[in-house]
Each structure stands twice: as C-alpha cells, then as structure tokens.
Design a binder for this molecule. Structure first.
Ligand SMILES: Nc1ncnc2c1ncn2[C@@H]1O[C@H](COP(=O)(O)OP(=O)(O)OP(=O)(O)O)[C@@H](O)[C@H]1O
Length: 273
C-alpha cells in the first residue's frame, strides 16, 4: 500500500502539492517500513529543498538506507508518500526515476562489463544518444580517475573504483536529484576531494540537488548546507547544518541526540599487557 495512503501535511515547510511554491526536490510524508518484527522506518517526514546539498546521518541501523531506497523507487514503502520535484514517485516510478541519479548502498552492478561499457549502457538506458554518451563517458572516467581502467572489467575493480564507476553511472544523464548512499566509503582522499568538487559544482552551478548519507560528521559539516539526523527510523533533527549543530560541532550534536557512547569496560580481556 503506497500512493494515496498518506496526505501531504497542511502545515510545515513547502507542502509538495502547493502549486504556487517550488516543490522540494524530495518530499517524504509518513513513510513506514517494517521487516518482520523490525520497524526500520517509522512515520518519517523529510523535505529536501531544491539546490541543497543535504546530508543524512545516523547510527548503524538507523534506517538511512531503507529511507533512501524508498525515496528512489528501489523499495516499496508499507505506507507513506514520496514526491520528487512535486511528482508522486510511487504513482509512476518509471517516469519519476528519470529525474533521479542513484548510488545505492551495496551496489550490484553488471560487473562483467568494462567500466566504459557500464557507463555507456547506463547513459543509453536513460535515453541519451550515442555521441552524447561517448563524450560524457570520457569526461566522467577522467574526472573520477578511471581512464586507465576504462577497459577493464568492473568485477576486477577495487571497492573504491567500483564506487566511483557506480557514481559515474548515476551522473551520466545529468539528473535533477542525486541520491548517494555513502558515496565516499572506500574512496581514496584525492578521489573523494574530486568527487566533492564535482558534486559542489553540480549544486552551485548546475542547479542540481544532492542527498548523501554518511557517517563522517566532519565531512557532512563541511560539505553539506542541510542535514537530517535519523535514529530508530525517525528524524530527530533536520534543517540547515548551522541550525542543527547550534554552537557546537555536528558530531557533538549527533552524540547528544543519538547517545550510545560506551566505555569499553566489558572488554578488559583486550588488554594484552
Ligand atoms: N532487507 C532487510 N531485511 C530485514 N531487515 C532489514 C532489511 N533491511 C534493513 N533491515 C533492518 O532495518 C534497520 C535499518 O537498516 P538500514 O540499512 O536502513 O540502516 P542504516 O541507517 O542504513 O544503517 P548503516 O549506517 O549501518 O548502513 C536495521 O535494523 C536493519 O537490520
């Protein structure tokens, strides 16, 4: 049960159905997902403004991947609605997915293709013509430092290279909204800086919107202008990074909101000397 099960709230920031306003790049209302006894996402609301660089942070198992999967047409919610640039995702997933570029968690790719072939087919599947795809594939391979491995099979790529080629596939059709689940995991620092530059330019000059999930608070604080802290399948705080962190660092605020610090006292046996 999905579309039509929840209505956009009458109050709150930028209702997605309001015709006079620019709808958010992503609006989520009343999202629920349960796996057996486990409620992974619980009545979650989220608004991601157009042109924002939005960080999603939360402890392990908080529900970030589940939320992003339901927000990008990869996983059907039990309840709730998702709008992408004002369009009801689950009412017409095929059409709305054209607006999206997605780097899912635990990427499963057609890894018997070379990196160049994989990006090329992603572009062709998105309806780009061959010349455009060829030019963009070359650009993306270069920007992500994959040119030297362009003709190697993706199955032979390292974890970081796999992440980068998957990111290239998400970018090739120049989507309006990029949703990246832990894009910097396993990526070397130079490549990470290059990716940050690409994403920053895409937001500032390309009119795009980026959502990233990450565990690295410092990175989110420096890179993002908005953030949502998620725990137990709910949003604990959301807004501009400055508003959420207040006078302290985002990491301090995160620990304050989420808790869960342990002393390690139960591991006395780890002392080897
Ligand atoms: N397919 C599944 N089947 C059963 N339980 C699942 C499934 N996917 C997620 N869960 C559970 O839902 C909860 C939320 O998981 P999710 O992957 O969304 O968290 P996360 O915030 O992305 O975590 P992490 O930061 O560790 O990647 C967890 O308790 C997880 O065990």
């Amino acid at each position: 049960m999905t579309s039509g099960t929840a209505s956009a709230p009458s109050a709150g920031p930028t209702p997605p159905s309001a015709p006079a306003l620019i709808p958010p790049a992503l609006a989520v209302r009343g999202l629920w997902k349960r796996f057996g006894d486990k409620i992974a996402v619980s009545d979650l609301d989220l608004d991601v403004p157009v042109g924002s660089f939005y960080g999603l942070v939360g402890p392990n198992g908080a529900g970030k991947t589940t939320t992003l999967s339901m927000s990008t047409g990869l996983l059907r919610p039990d309840f709730g609605q998702v709008w992408v640039h004002g369009q009801d995702l689950w009412a017409d997933p095929t059409q709305v997915k054209m607006l999206l570029g997605v780097l899912p968690d635990g990427v499963r790719l057609f890894d018997r293709l070379t990196g160049a072939q994989l990006i090329t087919y992603s572009g062709l599947l998105r309806g780009l013509d061959r010349d455009t795809v060829a030019a963009r594939t070359t650009d993306l391979l270069q920007a992500l430092d994959l040119t030297g491995d362009a003709n190697n099979l993706v199955v032979d790529y390292s974890a970081g290279m796999t992440k980068k080629v998957a990111l290239a596939c998400a970018l090739v059709h120049a989507p309006r909204l990029l949703v990246l689940d832990e894009p910097f995991e396993a990526v070397d620092p130079v490549s990470a800086a290059n990716i940050r530059d690409i994403l920053g330019t895409y937001v500032r000059e390309g009119g795009g919107t980026v959502i990233v999930s990450s565990h690295v608070m410092d990175l989110v604080q420096r890179m993002c202008d908005h953030v949502a802290v998620i725990a137990g399948g709910r949003v604990l705080a959301a807004g501009t990074v400055d508003a959420v962190r207040g006078d302290g660092s985002l990491e301090d605020k995160f620990v304050e909101l989420v808790g869960g610090r342990t002393t390690g006292q139960g591991l006395a046996w780890l002392r080897t000397s």
